[in-house]
Design a protein around this ligand. Structure first.
Ligand code: SAH
Length: 458
């Protein structure tokens, strides 16, 4: 089993520092299922190639009960495992290239974040779906993909094509990102994971996938296959990757007797109370996510028409499951879920009395806020609009947050109280609304409350 990584460019040899493998030597590492060697076959100018060669020992595999080849007697000794890229390759990557995979380079730390022109070749990757399948997985991550297929045996054309492909991936990226992608994606193409999949696998997946998996269009498919179709694990991993698992939910709690209530619950309860006091006939929850506010509105009020809108179909599926499928008809008449984006005018948004946007605006790039305010204040134009957003001044009080770090990786910005008020006044004035503000969560005398609410009315 082979994996070669080539760095191209005038400083190509930097690859050796990053991999912590001296190009002058052959480095060999024993593994439970065989042996891994790293060597540099050739060093032409402007190019540096490191090859990871893994020799899988089928006897060692049988002893460690790693290979369960059903079907025929010698199947456990004679199989494709020594040759194809599989979860063994991921194990070898983490053992042999572990330092690079974790983003460390003692001698040249500045190289860790440097984007290199990297070409990766995997000569036998199980990909029966060919180029199309590989495009679905690697193209969203920015790779150019070349995939060569071959006949299983040229002497027996009837046997058809081999399911293994000779694959080349090219992209300008950091070495760490490349290794993370390979670590997660190679085993999902090969369906035989050689080790037990348990809770630890979730941690590995989230650690290696945290910077890219959440936004990958095939996220659910990747997670399901990585965790070998174990539904409990898959659900947990997907929930932890979901956008609204925000730091603050865990970080900020307020004691109320024995029970601790998260900041998000405080926020949702306050918005529910406020909406209820307005006695609307129809409410619109924009950016409803998985339906936490919708659930409260359905349960704690008798508002007859409640509509949740979000751009993310997966969140809407979860809301659908929680509020429509499982309660079996309890809320069907009052609740409508729609998919749409807040930056496009949408006729379905007009004719409601109240609109809420709970922790939504900070998920949009700030140049999009003008479009959002036109859609909400001009097109939907309800009598009341309630917007909440984090107060960045308060971040300093959260344990474990680095200076400048935002509360969630999908936040495009976070505002001070003055910035939120300035924006709100401007929007209110442009569109003919009055606006009042209130803090959400426990207020600090200097840094204010963790979150802030604006109530617009006309
Ligand atoms: N209001 C929910 C979810 C907040 S997370 C709650 O308080 O629990 C932010 C939500 O905004 C996500 O569900 C995200 O999908 C949604 N969102 C982001 N950009 C959007 C857009 N342009 N249009 C509609 N929804 C959007």
């Amino acid at each position: 089993m082979l994996l070669s990584i080539t760095n191209t460019g005038p400083d190509a040899s930097e690859l050796g520092y990053l991999l912590h493998k001296n190009p002058a030597n052959v480095n060999t590492t024993p593994l439970a299922f065989g042996e891994a060697s790293v060597f540099y076959p050739d060093t032409p100018e402007n190019e540096c190639t490191a090859v990871l060669l893994i020799e899988v020992d089928p006897i060692a595999l049988v002893r460690s009960k790693g290979a369960r080849q059903a079907g025929w007697a010698l199947g456990q000794y004679v199989n494709d495992r020594p040759f194809v890229a599989s979860s063994f390759l991921s194990t070898a990557i983490s053992r042999v290239y572990g330092t690079a995979l974790n983003g460390t380079c003692q001698k040249r730390p500045e190289l860790v974040d440097k984007e290199l022109d990297l070409t990766t070749r995997i000569p036998a990757l199980p990909a029966p779906g060919g180029q199309q399948q590989l495009e679905r997985i690697f193209a969203p991550l920015g790779y150019d993909i070349a995939c060569q297929s071959a006949e299983l045996d040229p002497n027996f054309p009837d046997w058809g094509e081999s399911p293994y492909r000779d694959v080349t991936l090219r992209r300008k990226t950091t070495l760490q990102s490349l290794l993370q992608h390979l670590f997660v994606l190679i085993p999902i193409l090969d369906r035989q994971k050689h080790y037990w999949v348990g809770d630890e696998e979730i941690e590995k997946l989230l650690a290696k996938g945290k910077d890219w998996l959440q936004d990958h269009p095939e996220r659910d498919w990747i997670v399901t296959r990585y965790l070998k179709f174990q539904r409990g694990l898959t659900r947990e991993a997907l929930a932890r990757l979901a956008p609204e698992s925000e730091i603050e939910e865990e970080e900020t709690t307020e004691p109320t007797g024995e029970k601790k209530i998260s900041l998000h619950s405080i926020r949702l309860d306050r918005v529910t109370e406020l909406v209820k006091s307005l006695t609307p006939a129809s409410v619109l929850d924009l950016g409803c996510g998985e339906g936490k506010l919708l659930y409260r509105l359905l349960k704690k009020t008798s508002i007859p028409q409640i509509t949740g809108m979000d751009v993310d179909s997966r969140s809407l599926e979860i809301a659908q499951e929680r509020l429509i499928t499982r309660p079996r008809g309890k809320y069907d008449k009052r609740l409508t879920l729609i998919q749409g984006s807040l930056i496009y005018r949408d006729i379905r948004l007009s004719g409601h009395n109240v609109a809420t946007l709970v922790e939504v605006i900070e998920h949009l790039d700030s140049p999009r806020l003008d479009a959002l305010s036109r859609v909400v204040f001009e097109c939907a134009r309800p009598q009341h609009i309630i917007i909440t957003t984090p107060n960045i001044e308060h971040n300093i009080l959260f344990d474990g947050m680095k200076p400048g770090q935002l509360r969630h990786r999908d936040h495009r910005f976070e505002w001070t109280r003055a910035e939120f008020q300035e924006w709100s006044h401007k929007v209110a004035e442009t569109h003919g609304y009055q606006v009042t503000f209130e803090p959400l969560g426990e207020e600090d005398p200097t840094h204010g409350a963790p979150s802030q609410l604006a109530h617009f009315s006309r």
